[in-house]
Design a binder for this molecule. Structure first.
Ligand SMILES: [Zn+2]
Length: 284
């Protein structure tokens, strides 16, 4: 049910929705042109009998919240384009506000499908969604990150790619592109050159990087990592991510690398990620 009305900030459309969710207003401004972009579907949930509400990670506008009216109708104009992890071309009305954008078109470019329905790859794809939801801001476009995410989804579909490399590349590149890359050479606290002791380094996930002897003293949640692990992981943060090989993965150190990444994200976000317990196989 749609009501037209006015608010202080301008004309608005009020949409009735299921009980308990309150009233959401979608501000409208006349003459606002429709915007289009490529997008990855991060989340879509029923909002009313006929509509969906959700989150898209778009190439040109960053993460946006949208309402897709009529998307649950049998002959929806969106068809299957709004399935989770679908890559699609969307048209929406950009309000330049925090309100929901109204999706007017979504054309499917590619749908996510794992070969043989491998569960691990599916969980890894959900993990990509969780990371994009947690580490990116609304309306903050990063085309390189979008391209990386699309390539990661594609790699997760292919059984030739090594899923551990695909995930590690995404994690490290996401950290780099969002300004959270761990310091691998200089002490994350004092900035001095860190020297390895007998081939080992101290990694501090709370400080997001390696630590010198002085700064690591008395620190919490510290990890001892072989220098080879630092060098290997650092290679996945290379700025030319397109040339990082994702068809092979180091044999040893897998558990250490996983622990390092899990602790890094857990400390940074100050919470456990939902998908981490489902990805234990990546450390084997
Ligand atoms: Zn230091």
């Amino acid at each position: 049910m749609i009501f037209l009305g006015f608010r202080a900030e301008g004309p608005a459309i009020y949409l009735a929705q299921p009980a308990g969710l309150g009233v959401i207003s979608i501000r409208t401004q006349p003459h606002v042109p429709a915007q289009q972009s490529d997008a990855i579907v991060l989340r879509m949930t029923p909002w009313s009998e006929t509509s969906l509400i959700g989150s898209l990670y778009t190439r040109d506008f960053g993460k946006i919240s949208v309402v897709a009216k009529g998307a649950r109708r049998p002959k929806s104009p969106f068809e299957a384009a709004l399935d989770l992890l679908s890559v699609c071309r969307v048209v929406f009305i950009d309000k330049s506000s925090d309100s929901l954008y109204v999706l007017t078109e979504a054309k499917l470019s590619r749908r996510f499908r794992t070969t043989g329905g491998e569960l691990l790859r599916l969980y890894c794809a959900y993990y990509l969604v969780e990371l994009l939801e947690k580490l990116t801001d609304q309306h903050d476009p990063q085309r390189e990150l979008f391209d990386l995410a699309v390539d990661t989804i594609r790699q997760l579909e292919h059984s030739e790619s090594e899923v551990r490399s695909v995930v590690l590349r995404f994690e490290l590149q996401l950290l780099r592109l969002t300004g959270h890359l761990p310091s691998f050479r200089l002490c994350a606290q004092c900035g001095c050159e860190v020297e390895a002791k007998s081939g080992w380094l101290t990694y501090g996930p709370l400080s997001t990087g390696v630590l010198c002897n002085q700064c690591s003293s008395g620190g919490r949640q510290l990890m001892r990592i072989p220098i080879a692990v630092r060098d290997y992981v650092e290679g996945f943060a290379d700025t030319a991510w397109q040339s990082i090989p994702v068809t092979e993965y180091v044999e040893g150190h897998r558990a250490t690398i996983r622990a390092m990444m899990i602790k890094t994200f857990t400390c940074m976000l100050d919470q456990r990620l939902k998908l981490h317990p489902y990805l234990e196989e990546l450390g084997r």
